[in-house]
Write a new protein. Structure first.
Length: 90
């Protein structure tokens, strides 16, 4: 399976990293690194995380990390990373 990141996800992640880095740059680097480790688990086990609370389909999943939700879709041979947000913001 191939991981593809939507433009919305990339933009949202950059904003989150900038916000975290304002307080502590190393925390932002660690956040991105740990999140990427979880994302890299998906090709081997795309249904590892729970069915999405925001979509009524088993194909949409919620990866939750450090208070943030990453919504992704299992789409045939692709895993589409759609967006990331803090649960209070949705």
């Amino acid at each position: 399976m191939v991981i593809k990141k939507d433009t919305l996800f990339v933009v949202q992640l950059k904003k989150i990293l900038i916000y975290i880095a304002k307080d502590k740059r190393t925390a932002a680097v660690k956040f991105e690194s740990e999140l990427n480790k979880k994302i890299l688990l998906l090709p081997d086990n795309p249904y590892l995380f729970r069915q999405s609370h925001y979509f009524d389909s088993n194909l949409y999943r919620d990866l939750i990390y450090s208070g943030y939700t990453v919504i992704y879709k299992v789409d045939g041979v692709d895993i589409l990373i759609l967006e990331i947000f803090k649960w209070q913001e949705k």
